[in-house]
Ligand binder design. Structure first.
Ligand code: NAD
Length: 437
């Protein structure tokens, strides 16, 4: 199959490279000149484990190419994916669909022969209808079908997720799209991945309902963690105790500083807006959004409390900036709110992240970036672990303590044992691990 991927970001690039790896002929398109130039010269604009090798292999095999020329690529394609960003619209939280609609317009004018246009971007219910309307209006002669195929991959494990998905959801309104989409994913369902066909609106809603559910699960365990701290219980054991129940499941029950990243915050907000506008408000998600928002600054108050209620003029080292490990993605990372709240309280911030510092630099003001965790901790009153990178999981705690001026360690991911941290001389605090009275 000849496939065009419109948008070569985290989703487009991974999907494009994986589809090429299945044997399809894929052209990845982007408007960003720097991204395309870098890809054409053998570089990779994002950090995602395994992606550089996967791209190199498929470029070498002649199945994967990169271009800015969408209009020139579409006429040869059997399938054109739209994988552009759908950020929260400034001011009201609705998904900003302007990139999707611009792409649809551009694609429409160069369609040639029957083509399936597939929204892989996360888009609100009804977007497929509008994409179809735009294409018909722009090019009344075009032979096409519009399908919805939301992406469920996680950054940091994106290739594995794309190649071994729990399910592939495809929403169609035109039966001509079915055999085409079956052919796109044929190599996958030979591995038993269920390919689920639904109506287009249902498919669009599945993505939001899934993300909002996961965000709610994380938020639930974060509230339980808060309670654990008050009553002297251990949230990790509570999570294990409930997670072993198959009806609940153990995933997404890790208490921490609140969810972040490029999907959960904007997708929960967008679902709240869609539900409100449709007269069927989803109060559980409205509350999830509010709890999560306040949690991030509450984490800064936790740090301040551990520093005897005062961080003015003190140095606080923040270890881990990205919203989760194994990505360089800084969009809506909890570290941004935590650092801002600590700065508001007068702290000086030194920070370190294994992959995220380049993306973090323009998003953070008055932060000193260090070359490693120990360098970041030099002279600090407190160290805060925000992201559980492997490289931060086995720090030499006595060495860390040795370079600091103070002795506070706040571990927002519960990666250290309290007794070990205390034995290294730290005043240690973590999340949801209360002391029995
Ligand atoms: P991204 O910002 O990394 O990438 C989007 C890319 O599209 C950018 O490189 C941009 O330059 C390009 N673009 C915009 N308009 C274009 C146009 N008209 N023609 C060509 N290129 C264009 O975004 P992302 O993280 O890859 O997310 C894309 C979509 O996938 C979003 O809707 C997101 O919600 C969804 N999604 C993301 C993830 C994730 O983990 N990042 C997971 C599942 C779904």
């Amino acid at each position: 199959m000849r496939i065009v991927m419109t948008g070569s970001g985290y989703v487009g690039l991974v999907s494009g490279a994986c589809l090429a790896d299945f044997g399809h002929e894929v052209v990845c398109v982007d408007k960003d000149e720097r991204k395309i130039a870098l890809l054409q010269s053998g570089g990779v604009p994002i950090y995602e484990p395994g992606l550089a090798d996967l791209i190199a292999r498929n470029v070498e095999a002649g199945r994967l190419t990169f271009t800015m020329d969408l209009a020139g690529s579409v006429p040869q394609a059997d399938v054109v994916f739209i994988a552009v960003g759908t950020p929260a619209r400034r001011g009201d939280g609705h998904a900003d669909l302007s990139y999707v609609y611009d792409a649809a317009r551009e694609i429409a004018s160069s369609l040639n022969g029957f083509t399936v246009i597939v929204t892989k971007s996360t888009v609100p219910v009804g977007t497929g209808d509008e994409v179809e309307r735009i294409i018909r209006e722009t090019n009344p002669q075009a032979q096409f079908a519009v399908a919805s195929n939301p992406e469920f991959l996680r950054e940091g494990a994106a290739i594995q997720d794309f190649k071994r998905p729990d399910r592939i959801v495809v929403g169609i309104e035109d039966e001509r799209a079915r055999p085409v989409m079956e052919e796109v994913y044929r190599p996958l369902y030979l591995n038993q991945a269920p390919l689920m066909f639904t109506g287009r609106r249902t498919s669009e809603l599945i993505k939001y309902a899934a993300n909002a559910f996961l965000a709610m699960k994380v938020t639930y365990i974060n509230e339980v963690a808060e309670l654990c701290e008050r009553v002297g219980a251990d949230v990790q054991q509570v999570a294990r105790g409930i997670g072993l129940d198959n009806r609940i499941g153990s995933k997404f029950l890790h208490a921490g500083p609140g969810y972040g990243g490029s999907c959960f915050p904007k997708d929960t907000l967008a679902l709240v807006k869609t539900a409100e506008d449709s007269g069927a408000p989803i109060r559980l998600i409205e509350t999830t959004v509010a709890i999560n928002e306040s949690r991030k600054r509450a984490m800064a108050r936790k740090v301040i409390a551990a520093c005897n209620g005062m961080v003015r003029g003190k140095t606080v080292a923040v270890l881990g900036l990205t919203f989760k490990p194994n990505t360089d993605d800084m969009r809506d990372a909890p570290s941004l709110s935590i650092i801002q709240a600590l700065q508001d309280a007068g702290a000086c911030i030194r920070a370190y992240d294994p992959e995220g510092m380049e993306a973090a630099r323009p998003m953070l003001r008055d932060v000193t970036f260090a070359s490693g965790p120990y360098e970041a901790a030099e002279g600090a009153a407190a160290v805060v672990i925000v992201t559980e990178w492997d490289a931060l999981r086995a720090l030499d705690l006595p060495r860390l303590k040795g370079v600091m001026q103070g002795n506070v360690l706040v571990d927002l991911r519960n990666i250290y044992r309290p007794d070990v941290a205390e034995a290294a001389g730290f005043i240690y605090d973590s999340v949801g691990r209360g002391m029995p009275p």
